[in-house]
Design a protein around this ligand. Structure first.
Ligand SMILES: *Cc1c(COP(=O)(O)O)cnc(C)c1O
Length: 228
């Protein structure tokens, strides 16, 4: 077994225990392996250990990696900031995008999604705790943006993504994540879309708290691939 395979098993165990601790089914939480800054060989090792879904922040780096690993049946998620001039690369190379916080970006992704590919799976990034400078949609603007995005043809609106500021202590982490869960629930009711089923939250340091609060997808880098 490689170190990456060992690490992956530890992370899957953490997810499993966190699900048990909050009475959730272990298959209600997906693991996204965040491979940013690590090369194709690291991704290959994680795939050999059974991992399918990978998250990337830096778009050009990701596109090169995706090309190098074309032969493997992987699922690629864009989780980093997206400038307008990078939307075409995202639309052409990724399966999912978690980090959309403006209608203009979603419109470009929809227009640029190639017809031979399935709809791009999209989460809106919400800012539940930060000041005005932090990226992410403000909660009061979320419903209008979600409705507009859901109407775009080449996208499928799947849910929300959050990156809460780090806080100390399990209870404080759960409380912070719970705000996103509450927003997610109210959007689910308001939109009534069956595909709106994904709450992307929790990373290496806080995945247990995120799962306790209702995360359906944790994005884990350091605990799988090591320090960046
Ligand atoms: C880097 C990154 C992660 C993974 O963080 P770790 O602490 O290494 O697990 C998750 N989500 C986003 C948006 C990131 O940029």
């Amino acid at each position: 077994m490689t170190l990456i395979a060992d690490n992956l098993r530890v992370v899957l165990d953490r997810i499993h225990h966190a699900c048990q601790a909050s009475g959730r089914s272990p298959d209600s939480v997906r693991l996204l392996a965040v491979s940013k800054t690590f090369g194709p060989e690291a991704v290959r090792q994680a795939h050999a250990a059974g991992q399918i879904a990978f998250g990337e922040n830096y778009i050009q780096e990701a596109v090169d990696k995706i090309a190098a690993l074309r032969a493997l049946p992987l699922e690629w998620h864009c989780i980093g900031p997206i400038q307008s001039n990078k939307t075409r690369l995202v639309a052409e190379h990724f399966d999912w995008v978690h980090s959309v916080d403006r209608l203009k970006i979603a419109q470009r992704l929809s227009e640029q999604r190639p017809p031979h590919l399935p709809p791009l799976q999209l989460c809106l990034q919400v800012n539940t705790d930060g000041g005005p400078t932090k990226s992410g949609v403000r909660p009061e603007e979320l419903l209008a943006l979600a409705r507009a995005v859901a109407a775009l043809p080449r996208l499928e609106l799947r849910g929300l993504m959050t990156i809460p500021d780090p806080v100390e202590g399990f209870a404080a982490q759960v409380a912070l994540h719970q705000r996103a869960t509450d927003l997610f629930g109210s959007l689910q009711s308001a939109l009534g879309l069956p595909s709106f089923d994904t709450l992307s939250m929790g990373m290496t340091a806080d995945l247990e708290a995120a799962i306790a609060a209702g995360s359906t997808m944790v994005r884990v880098g350091t605990a799988i691939f090591g320090k960046r």
